[in-house]
Design a protein around this ligand. Structure first.
Ligand code: UDP
Length: 384
């Protein structure tokens, strides 16, 4: 439904991808756009920049851009250049690093067998898998694809520390993000045609998106519900439950504590190593292994480890909406979304506005569609 037109004044809350894409499309259509951002920087959780060693760090954890959506890539390339980067990950099992996500090499390394063909891999997985004809949760889904041993090794402890919940308490969609390959393709995003990193970082891309004569950005500015009434239309990436005073209860989120450390030594074969143990940490990132992130001439590198926590621990940021197996949180979100329907000139956007575990390319695609729709303009999306 069209909610605004050229000449209108729009409020955008949040200067991450969702807010910045909306702001840019609306400004180019002739609206005057005010962006307010609570944090002291743009780019939301994609915020990156050099640390005191000159190494580029993603301050809210590794953001690896991947998509099949050529239209999103073309749109992003208006704001900076991108370099190819195919992400790979290893899983630390005791003192070994094993290929992850599960592919032919993972199984060969785990079971010390040779699996020369896809058919050999498939028949091994058939023997390992446990029948769950319609998996009701992440645990049943993984067991039905990979069997119990692989589920318990690579997914059970990691998921427990990541979400504070058991695999059986989580929706299968949480782990369906992770590919399973019969061949030896060990890339983290094997199904995506475009795998890229911004040559000068995400912050620069988003800063350029917001750099428009009709966009006015204020950082360090908290949003209070009702503020949007002074505008013709509003696009809010703030948490929808908070906006409505938590009247149906809170929507839970996980957050992450990042531990950035100086590091020197022999780097692992992949930029990210996932921990399979039941300690507090989920993974570590070696930033210098990402193209363009290393500081020239510095022997000391930066390594970041991640320690998941509840977002309410000491005012942490909301990162991950939680999808429980029973769908209770999704149902709670739908009640908030139904309230939002009564506010036709307001749209809730992004991970926190829509309470959805979205990747960057999905946020950008949805935001391009949503902003065009708000203008009553057509937008034909590519496959997401
Ligand atoms: N996961 C796991 N072990 C791993 C990697 C992922 O159990 O080594 C599970 C975990 O529940 C995680 C989910 O798969 O939250 C999605 O993983 P992904 O790497 O996509 O998470 P993100 O990069 O979004 O944090």
């Amino acid at each position: 439904m069209q909610i605004c037109e050229p000449g209108d004044r729009a409020l955008v809350v949040g200067a991450g991808f969702a807010g910045a894409v909306h702001a840019r499309v609306l400004a180019e259509a002739g609206l005057d756009v005010t962006v307010i951002e609570r944090r002291p920087h743009v780019a939301g959780n994609a915020y990156d920049g050099p640390d005191d060693r000159g190494v580029r760090v993603h301050w809210y954890g590794p953001h690896l851009f991947h998509t099949n959506n050529a239209k999103v890539v073309r749109w992003l390339e208006r704001f900076g250049s991108f370099v190819p980067y195919e992400h790979r990950v290893s899983a630390r099992v005791d003192d070994r690093l094993i290929s992850f996500p599960v592919n032919r090499r993972t199984l060969e390394e785990m079971y010390d067998v040779s699996l020369p063909t896809d058919a050999a891999v498939s028949s091994l997985l058939d023997r390992l898998s446990i029948a769950h004809p319609s998996p009701r949760n992440a645990g049943e889904y993984l067991e039905s694809r990979l069997g119990r041993e692989i589920t318990d090794l690579f997914f059970r402890p990691y998921t427990k520390k990541m979400w504070g919940m058991e695999l059986e308490e989580l929706d299968a969609a949480v782990v369906k993000r992770i590919p399973i390959r019969l061949d030896g393709d060990d890339r983290y995003f094997p199904n995506d045609r475009f795998q890229l990193l911004p040559a000068q970082g995400y912050t620069q891309i988003i800063a350029r998106m917001l750099d428009h004569e009709r966009i006015n950005v204020t950082l360090g500015a908290a949003f209070a519900p009702g503020q949007e009434d002074a505008y013709d239309c509003a696009f809010l990436s703030c948490p929808i439950d908070e906006y409505f005073g938590f009247r149906f209860g809170e929507l839970p989120y996980r957050s992450i504590r990042f531990h950035h450390q100086a590091w020197a030594g022999t780097a692992p074969p992949t930029s990210v190593v996932n921990y399979t143990d039941d300690g507090p940490l989920t993974r570590e990132t070696y930033w210098h292994l990402l193209p363009g992130h290393d500081a020239a001439g510095s022997a000391t590198k930066t390594r970041t480890t991640e320690e998941p926590c509840d977002y309410k621990d000491n005012g942490m940021e909301r990162y991950y909406p939680v999808r429980d197996a029973k769908g209770e949180f999704a149902a709670r979100y739908r009640r908030y979304a139904a309230l939002a329907e009564h506010r036709p000139s307001v749209r809730f956007i992004g991970r926190c506005g829509t309470y959805t575990y979205l990747d960057m390319h999905q946020v950008i695609n949805q935001s391009l569609m949503s902003a065009h729709q708000a203008l009553g303009a057509g937008y034909q999306s590519d496959a997401a």
